[in-house]
Write a protein that binds this ligand. Sequence first.
Ligand SMILES: [Zn+2]
Length: 143
Amino acid sequence: MKICPKCDSQNANNAAVCKNCGASLNDVPDLSDVVADVEQKSRKPAVAFLCAFVSFAASASKGLLPLESEDVTSTHYILYFIGCAVSIIFLVFCALLLRGIFKKKSIPAIGLAAVLLGIVCLIMVILDVLSLPATIADFRTLF
Ligand SMILES: [Zn+2]
């Protein structure tokens, strides 16, 4: 649907001129496209939050593995590495979705939550990366 900029009449999506006043509608966007665009933009922060949450869960789940105890097996390490990889992948998704969020004047609450959770995940990932050489060295002692 196109809304005439002169008289506010509703016109068909493919209308070239307003059926009421004859004004040109060539530069008027189809309203359903505009609505779909706005809806998609507003979903982005929510999806970003979901990605940050998955990243956080993957990173936190590694803490459940008994890496310090003596009954640790190679499976525990493999799960640990998978947890690291999943955490990093979803953190990247989160960052890509949140790109440019601070340029906007109004940031939705879910977007801010995604940013905060993303920062927590980033710290966890950095700690993982820093301890990775030690973890790999421990992993090798199993063989
Ligand atoms: Zn008109």
